[in-house]
Design a protein around this ligand. Sequence first.
Ligand SMILES: Nc1nc2c(c(=O)[nH]1)N[C@H]1C(S)=C(S)[C@@H](COP(=O)(O)O)O[C@H]1N2
Ligand SMILES: [Mo]
Length: 303
Amino acid sequence: MAFKKPSWWLPERLITSEADFLQRRTLVKGLGLGVAWPGLSPMELWAQSLSGLKPTDESLVRQYNNYYEFSTDKGAVSELTEGVALGPWDLKIEGLVENPFTLDTSNLSKQFDLEDRTYRFRCVEAWSAVIPWQGFPLAQLVKLAKPLSSAKYIQFVAEADPDKMPGLSSKAYPWPYAEGLRLDEANHDLALMVTGMYGKPLPTQSGSPLRLVVPWKYGFKSIKAIRSIRFTAEQPKTLWNELGPNEYGFYANVNPEVDHPRWSQATEKPLGGWFGRQPTLKFNGYQAEVASLYKTMDLTRYY
Ligand SMILES: Nc1nc2c(c(=O)[nH]1)N[C@H]1C(S)=C(S)[C@@H](COP(=O)(O)O)O[C@H]1N2
Ligand SMILES: [Mo]
């Protein structure tokens, strides 16, 4: 059945796909295109102040997904994952640690105290949401692993099962999807290992059985369907950074003052929002909590 775009669907002109650059980067380079967003109207500013942490409609979050192992079409992902279960599996925690172990994803609620955390979520493509997650701080897992003093980073690698994930047939991406954090970022209390949302188990399209959510960074850092976690001495390879190092930084902290090379990051379009765009907040609104992690970084430059 063909996917019917619901009424809240974002007009394509408002969204620049992360995938597009593969086809368009040469063209765009030539044109020197930058998209100028109009300034915010008083109405939009008012809407922003009202929106606060009111969760986005659950059905939008379940039907508008970036999950390239399934499809680059945000509306197709929830259809392609229907009836598809990923996991449970034994997640490997390995590398530069005193205590390598495996985590059985089928009983995480027995191994950790799950908490409710409602976070803002901001995709690098400039759409956003507010999502009530359930999970446990990544720092708890780090503590169990007992990193050696030589461990400075963590790499996360996602599931890549071609029998279940049709998007893996695309040769345009260096699968498996991988992401990474500096160890001090991973130890920040806001970094969450997520097992559920909206009070329910995480649906496949949202990253079950276990995903990462790093709310002060662009959404691509929040890797889904984590299969292994490796502590490393060097900054690990990550899929988007490998594909487009000038467009997708390793740090990728949300920053309205540093534009993506092809579009402004000053504003964002909330999923299901009634009032158009709203200003993007530095560190996605978590500046007070996380800015100290980046004291030595030039934030006017780092993406
Ligand atoms: N394994 C995996 N994780 C992923 C992605 C992906 O394609 N594969 N997309 C990322 C991007 S670009 C975003 S914006 C978020 C989207 O999460 P959501 O679909 O739950 O909103 O997941 C991130 N995690
Ligand atoms: Mo994204």
